[in-house]
Design a binder for this molecule. Structure first.
Ligand code: 26V
Length: 786
């Protein structure tokens, strides 16, 4: 893009959008103007891409969550205009970096599942794959987190407050959505997904819910102003907020409405496109279309799809079901029982009775099939879609799905062997593994320009950005002192930058010369932030006893949001913050260790944390973390993993070598063996270090402000039998961490571990994952535009 055009574009959009001249423009106005200038530039290619894709077979990614983060920097980089825009702005005395920083994160997701969807759409675009993402345009994304006196508090996320430059409202494609008690509009906002080094521009279509009418004119005339807009508010409520995963009864109706809302809108949109090409002939529908269900949240799409075919397109039930069986695939992201979605059928009946009727018919077809295969009634019960007055969404997705996949090798094995074993016996060929991945554009090229430059320098080209397996080519430098020194000096530079950012955001000063040990992820008991915290407390006591304890100066960094209603998780937040305060108040120990809990962990914060890390903490109870993707982001930024034998950690150390990482703790099969006899009180009695740290929860050492939080944690460990094996893994954790500190002393050896992680990370590109989905489930091919 020519610099002159960029400059003219910025000036033009400042004028028409904000009515001002450059000299008077605020940062957010400049952000809008730059974004619109780029958007204008890509529109033609975007339309051409949509048209090209519509001619062949297409995939649809259905996801209730997309954790996109910021768009500007990534889009400029992927288009290859970052430097030009930076130069133009700097000639105008504007710092592009500052403009990037004012962009609100699009936080339309809770965690790993939502971020995975974001990586996937970016990879599909980069690979010219004909894939459209469908989701919900929440007015308020994931809550903002504050820490007040060590407690988590939440407030609403208002990411749309300055308007949003990166999407286009498509009024021509509005769909009408019917509930038995209301009818609403689904308005699509299309977000361009800009791939790296390609002309193709893919689409993420996010539906916003609006009322059919702005307000009730008669009520308004009667001066009943609140009543006049209540219908509108009720409609807008549907796409107002992203649900944290834990919401109880009150929010359930709205959540089900949301799921149906975007499922129905997306199905209608796909069917409309099909009819534009083929009229009412659905015989070849599945030849041209395939949809992936990102967890069970969009699974009601299956029933809505069948409903439309039967009721509106006059297809027979058996044919409609047969088409659906070729159309949908299902990805499972967790084995946690409490996360498996089940809906009360009275709720379904109340909101969309026809959907329930369809569900019964699908269930009947399933039961017939099982009976034909001579399953007895007891066995059949496990498979049923409707049982105990509940609709089991996973059973629906597995029965109808053309494929069922887990997200890491171990996770898929667990699904096959235990959780979904009965289904695996019924349909062995449906089960597949698709180990997750991450996009190297955002998670290395963008967030770590310095390391990217070193890689490009050594490999002689930037091809690795699109073909991450090329990183293997770095291996030949593994004994090259100069290269290792450059790597470690880059790491240091990124730690300095992170320390500055933390100072700015948290008002906390940390030492970039200390060892940065980082655990960043959603807060959950199975992820065991508590284990890390108890370890740190033990370290505190050991330093107290022996001030000369030989460990490197270490900064332990945590970042995590707790679901607002998840009391125990909030207790852990408070516990970590109290440990931080406790250590800070000790003038001796604080010279050696420091704990920082960064507030409001989000995608843009993550982009600063991964590059500035020395150790990646991935310490979930074995068997519980389906994959993890943060683990891959650390690895790609040349940071060794300290983790359990769980999720994708296993594949990570397979690639980079156990000796370059720290694997500790009980494995799935160990837990299996001890689970019935496990007695955490034994560990508490027999191990004085454990007793010492666990007792801080109740002996007044640490104060939870009379909330009962800490006593609850104490009970979780000792009275509720420590469901996540924190105490069982404590000593093993400690030993492993000691090894880390020991190894870190040998600077060269440590650098080699970091480097090995970098050159072994190629397989964890989401490009690889998307290619596997494309080849093994979707059967789609790249369709580059001219
Ligand atoms: C859902 C819920 C809902 C009820 C309360 C507790 C709870 C805990 C976890 C979840 C997980 C929802 C699904 C999810 O986000 N899974 C994550 O998917 C990532 C992408 O595949 C994967 O890397 C993570 O390991 C997995 O936890």
């Amino acid at each position: 893009m020519e610099k002159q055009r960029i400059k003219e574009g910025i000036e033009r959009y400042l004028k028409v959008k904000h009515g001002i001249k450059l000299k008077d423009a605020k940062d957010y106005e400049i952000f809008n103007a730059v974004s619109l200038t780029v958007l204008e530039e890509i529109i033609d290619n975007w339309n051409t891409t949509t048209e090209t894709y519509s001619k062949g077979r297409m995939a649809y990614y259905l996801s209730a969550e997309y954790l996109m983060g910021r768009a500007l920097g990534n889009n400029l980089m992927n288009l290859g205009v970052y430097d030009e825009v930076k130069d133009v702005l700097s000639e105008l005395n504007i710092d592009l970096n500052r403009i990037e920083e004012i962009e609100e994160d699009a936080g339309l997701g809770n965690g790993g599942l939502g971020r995975l969807a974001a990586c996937f759409v970016e990879s599909a675009a980069t690979l010219d794959m004909p894939l459209v993402g469908y989701g919900i345009r929440y007015s308020n994304g994931l809550f903002k987190q504050n820490i007040e006196n060590g407690f988590q508090t939440e407030c609403e996320d208002t990411w749309l407050k300055y308007g949003e430059a990166w999407s286009i409202r498509k009024d021509n494609d509005i769909q009408i959505i019917n509930y038995s008690d209301m009818t609403v509009k689904a308005v699509p906002y299309d977000v361009p997904i800009i791939g790296y080094g390609t002309k193709n521009i893919n689409t993420l279509r996010l539906w916003q819910c609006e009322a059919l009418r702005e307000f009730d004119f008669n009520l308004f005339n009667n001066q009943q102003y609140i009543e006049a807009v209540s219908g509108r508010n009720k409609a807008e409520d549907i796409s107002r907020v992203l649900y944290p995963n834990d919401t109880a009864e009150a929010g359930k109706i709205l959540r089900l409405r949301q799921q149906y809302f975007f499922s129905s809108a997306s199905m209608k949109d796909i069917i409309k496109k099909h009819k534009a090409k083929f009229g009412s002939d659905f015989s070849e529908f599945a030849k041209y279309n395939v949809a992936q269900l990102n967890d069970t949240h969009p699974t009601i799409s299956i029933l809505e799809f069948i409903r439309i075919l039967i009721d509106e397109e006059h297809v027979e039930f058996s044919s409609a079901l047969a088409i659906a069986k070729e159309f949908f695939g299902y990805t499972n992201h967790t084995i946690l029982a409490e996360a498996l979605e089940k809906w009360d059928i009275r709720l379904i009946d109340r909101l969309f009775p026809r959907i329930l009727q369809i569900a019964y018919k699908v269930d009947e077809a399933l039961v017939n099939e099982l009976r034909q295969r001579s399953y007895d009634e007891g066995a059949i019960w496990n498979f049923k879609i409707i049982a105990n007055d509940q609709m089991r969404m996973a059973n629906l997705a597995i029965y109808v799905g053309r494929a069922v996949n887990g997200v890491a090798a171990l996770h898929t094995e667990i699904l096959k062997k235990t959780e979904l074993n009965h289904w695996y016996h019924l349909y062995p060929n449906k089960f597949q593994n698709k180990t997750n991945g991450i996009t190297p554009r955002r998670w290395l090229r963008l967030c770590n320009a310095e390391l990217s430059e070193l890689i490009t320098d050594l490999l002689g080209s930037e091809d690795w950005v699109k073909n991450l397996e090329l990183l293997k080519g770095l291996e030949k430098y593994k004994n090259d002192d100069k290269v290792l020194e450059r790597l470690m000096s880059i790491k240091h530079e990124k730690k300095v930058q992170l320390a500055e950012y933390i100072k700015q955001e948290e008002g906390i000063i940390i030492d970039p010369n200390s060892f940065f040990d980082i655990q960043i992820k959603r807060l959950h008991e199975y992820k065991r932030q508590l284990l890390n915290a108890l370890y740190i407390l033990d370290l505190y006591y050991r330093i107290k006893e022996n001030p000369d304890l030989d460990i490197p100066k270490t900064t332990f960094i945590f970042g995590a949001k707790a679901f607002p209603g998840y009391r125990r998780a909030k207790g852990i937040v408070k516990f970590i913050n109290e440990i931080a305060r406790f250590i800070d108040n000790d003038s001796e120990v604080s010279k050696k260790i420091k704990v920082v809990f960064v507030h409001n962990y989000k995608v843009s914060y993550a982009q600063k944390l991964f590059p500035g890390s020395d150790l990646s903490k991935q310490i979930s109870t074995a068997g519980k973390e389906a994959s993890g993707t943060g683990n891959m982001k650390f690895m790609l930024n040349a940071t060794p993993t300290f983790g359990t034998y769980d999720g994708a950690n296993i594949e990570i150390v397979q690639e980079s070598g156990e000796h370059n990482n720290y694997i500790f703790g009980l494995r799935v099969e160990d837990i299996e063996k001890i689970k019935h006899s496990y007695d955490p009180k034994w560990y508490y009695r027999e191990n004085p270090s454990i007793k010492r740290v666990v007792d801080t929860l109740i002996n007044g050492t640490l104060d939870d402000g009379r909330t009962g939080y800490f006593e609850d944690l104490y009970n979780a460990l000792l009275e509720e039998r420590d469901q996540y094996y924190v105490l069982a893994d404590f000593e093993l954790f400690k030993k492993s961490q000691e090894q880390v500190f020991e190894d870190y002393k040998d600077k060269k050896k440590w650098a080699q571990k970091c480097f090995a992680n970098l050159y072994s990370s190629g397989i964890f590109s989401s490009d690889r994952t998307i290619k596997q989905y494309a080849d093994e489930i979707w059967y789609i091919k790249p369709a580059p535009i001219k």
